[in-house]
Design a protein around this ligand. Structure first.
Ligand SMILES: NC(=O)c1ccc[n+]([C@@H]2O[C@H](COP(=O)([O-])OP(=O)(O)OC[C@H]3O[C@@H](n4cnc5c(N)ncnc54)[C@H](O)[C@@H]3O)[C@@H](O)[C@H]2O)c1
Length: 438
């Protein structure tokens, strides 16, 4: 099939590349000229494990092209995916200007039937809005359908190639047939393609993200309570996770959810509910707990240093909102940095992939280290904000030798407190006993 993917970010580029890998011809459109230029030169603009091999192979074999020209992409394709940003608008609801802006142009450009598929995360009723925007200028038949994306950054290729499920919102039989054919190679092991109406498909995506954000937040509150009552959140996680109604995943306590999806999607769903005069109380609580959780570790650090962080050298491991990505959108680390700088601390950070992106925002407000040990050299304390694998088994002897104080505030519960006690560290983690030396 001939496919256009409009918007070549984390979702669009993975979508385009994976469809090309299955033998389709894909043309990716982006308004960012530099991005398109570098992709034409086989330079991949994001860090996403395993994407590079597929990206290079499909460019080489002529199935994956890039352009800034929407008209060219529309002319060359019968299926058009919209993978455009839907950032929060000023009031927190999803900003649909990117999606509707492209939809308006499509009407002018189409000369034969097109299937227009919305892959962006969009509020209930957007398919109807896109349909109306295209229809304003369209002279040919078309369908607008919803196909929300559930991939996770860091596992995006695997998630796309072997989705747990594919959700498709449409009433059009023609669209159903095309989508079944398109996705057939991805669900050969029998994973389902669920067809439903457009509104339900749109809401399914928000419900999934809001549920996961709620699960994380619930565990974070349990962790906070553990610290008050002297219980261990890891034991509780194991104790409840073995109940199949609860499940083992998404139960790890930490410093709050971040990223480009959960924060904006929870907020947008809350706004949608409000527009329909429904007060979605749980989501309100999730947002306010998470806001606090993102900097709770700084409050703990303040307490440790008796309220005075001025002049303290703080090492920070991890900047990305989660491991295996360079994405820093809404990363808890950025909120932590903000608080530390406000208090007059200096920061030596290290992240394997996300430092360039942070540099673009913060410039030289913090020091960027070449590795994790340089970051902790001379540090009064270390904060761990992202659970990159390489932070899991550091050389504690080197750390003991180079740190000014052997103090770790671990926002991701990477280490065994008993071991850290033996090694002579002051160790504060989430929802577990604080290790105090001496
Ligand atoms: N990132 C994720 O993990 C993820 C997962 C599932 C769903 N989503 C949803 O998918 C959508 C896209 O997310 P993303 O993370 O890929 O965004 P992104 O910001 O990484 O990428 C969006 C791309 O669209 C381009 N763009 C903007 N306006 C354009 C236009 N008029 N024409 C062509 N290109 C244009 C931008 O230059 C950018 O390259 C969002 O709605 C998001 O909520 C994201």
């Amino acid at each position: 099939m001939n496919i256009a993917v409009v918007g070549t970010g984390y979702v669009g580029l993975v979508t385009g590349t994976c469809f090309a890998e299955m033998g389709n011809h894909v043309i990716c459109v982006d308004i960012d000229k530099n991005k398109v230029e570098s992709m034409r030169n086989s330079i991949i603009p994001i860090y996403e494990p395993h994407l590079d091999i597929l990206f290079e192979r499909n460019i080489k074999q002529g199935r994956l092209q890039f352009t800034t020209d929407l008209a060219e992409a529309v002319a060359k394709s019968n299926i058009i995916f919209l993978a455009l940003p839907t950032p929060p608008g000023e009031d927190g609801s999803a900003d649909l200007s990117y999606v509707l802006g492209v939809a308006k142009q499509l009407g002018h450009l189409m000369t034969e039937y097109k299937l227009i598929i919305n892959k962006s995360t969009v509020p209930v009723g957007t398919a109807e809005k896109v349909d109306a925007a295209v229809r304003e200028h369209a002279k040919v038949e078309f369908d607008v359908i919803s196909n929300p994306e559930f991939l996770r950054e860091g596992f995006a290729v695997d998630d796309f190639m072997k989705p747990d499920r594919v959700v498709i919102g449409t009433k059009s039989e023609k669209a159903k047939k095309l989508m079944s054919d398109l996705y057939a190679p991805f669900v050969r092991q029998g994973n389902p393609i669920y067809f439903m109406d457009e509104r339900s498909a749109e809401l399914t995506k928000y419900a999934a993200n809001a549920f996961l954000a709620t699960k994380i937040t619930f565990m974070n509150e349990i962790a906070n309570l553990c610290e008050q009552v002297g219980a261990n959140v890891d034991s509780i996680r194991i104790g409840i996770g073995s109940d199949s109604r609860i499940g083992k995943r998404f139960l790890f306590a930490g410093i709050g959810y971040g990223g480009s999806c959960f924060p904006k999607d929870v907020q947008a769903l809350f706004k949608t509910a409000g527009e329909y005069k429904y007060d979605f109380k749980v989501l309100d609580a999730v947002m306010s707990v998470n806001d606090k959780q993102k900097t709770i570790i700084v409050d703990k650090l303040r307490k440790y240093f008796k309220g005075n962080l001025k002049g303290k050298k703080i090492a920070l491991w991890g900047l990305a909102f989660k491991p295996d990505t360079d994405d820093i959108r809404e990363a808890p680390a950025l909120y932590i940095i903000d608080e530390l700088l406000k208090d007059g601390a200096s920061i030596q950070a290290f992240d394997p992939e996300a430092m360039e992106n942070v540099k673009k925002i913060l410039g030289n407000k913090i020091v960027y280290s070449t590795d994790s040990y340089q970051a902790v050299t001379g540090a009064d304390a270390l904060i761990i904000a992202t659970e990159w694998s390489l932070f899991r088994t550091p050389d504690f002897d080197i750390m003991s030798a180079v740190m000014k104080n052997k103090v770790i505030f671990d926002g991701r519960n990477l280490y065994d407190p008993v071991r850290l006690k033996e090694l002579g560290f002051h160790y504060n983690s989430m929802g577990r006993e604080e290790i105090v030396q001496g």
